[in-house]
Write a new protein. Structure first.
Length: 228
């Protein structure tokens, strides 16, 4: 592997990295490794948070008279983690598909496989964010769940939902989401760079593609929940 094609050089010289890689045979294992690594760390962080929160929820369930043994908490948690992993990989697939569609609409390069490969390489930009999220999950200690004195069983699902909402919107998690916006913009910029190299987009066309990707995959996921 030459210096220009080393994966670390997508950080300091993405144009050079993609131009060097485009001359080589596709390396799917290397290309998908950032996606898989980021997904694993993101899901692991969610699992750690769930592990820390679960005793508080179970204590509250016992306090309100729910038989904890009758609730398949492990299966529910496992399903949530699997869904999270699938969701992360689906996000990669959606972004790669969008890049391919842009190529079909404006370039017809016939190099869809190369664009998908480069979409995977671009997820190197998400590794620092995933590491930060994992570190935060390890470091953070969730607050106990305190039930209102007059809490009823019928109100319990809403109480749990509010508690989980507080956990995911505390100052540290909110800061991480804000930081995530910048990493998302970096990802969109790398995808646009891949379109410039593989599909021959002009500088203006690459900028337009990057802005579209940022709106679809960074701005919209952040802004839409704020509107509900």
């Amino acid at each position: 592997m030459t210096e220009a094609t080393s994966l670390v050089h997508i950080v300091d010289s993405p144009l050079r990295f993609f131009r060097s890689r485009v001359q080589m045979s596709p390396n799917w294992m290397l290309a998908l490794s950032p996606v898989i690594a980021a997904a694993v760390m993101t899901v692991t962080a969610a699992g750690i948070i769930n592990f820390k929160v679960r005793p508080h929820i179970e204590a509250a369930m016992s306090e309100i008279g729910v038989d904890v043994a009758q609730v398949p908490a492990g299966a529910i948690a496992a399903f949530g983690l699997i869904a999270g992993a699938v969701g992360y990989l689906a996000m990669f697939g959606a972004m790669a598909l969008t890049v391919v569609v842009l190529d079909l609409l404006f370039a017809q390069s016939g190099r869809a496989r190369r664009l998908v490969e480069f979409a995977g390489f671009a997820f190197v930009s998400q590794l620092p964010l995933a590491i930060l999220g994992l570190a935060l999950a390890v470091w953070n200690t969730p607050e106990p769940l305190r039930l209102p004195a007059d809490a009823t069983l019928a109100e319990f699902p809403n109480i749990i939902a509010e508690y989980q909402g507080r956990i995911t919107t505390d100052a540290a998690q909110s800061t991480l989401r804000m930081i995530g916006i910048y990493f998302g913009l970096w990802l969109a910029a790398l995808q646009a760079t891949a379109l410039r190299v593989v599909s021959g987009f002009s500088v203006g066309g690459a900028w337009a593609a990057g802005i579209l990707l940022a709106v679809l995959f960074v701005v919209a996921p952040y802004a839409l929940p704020q509107l509900w």
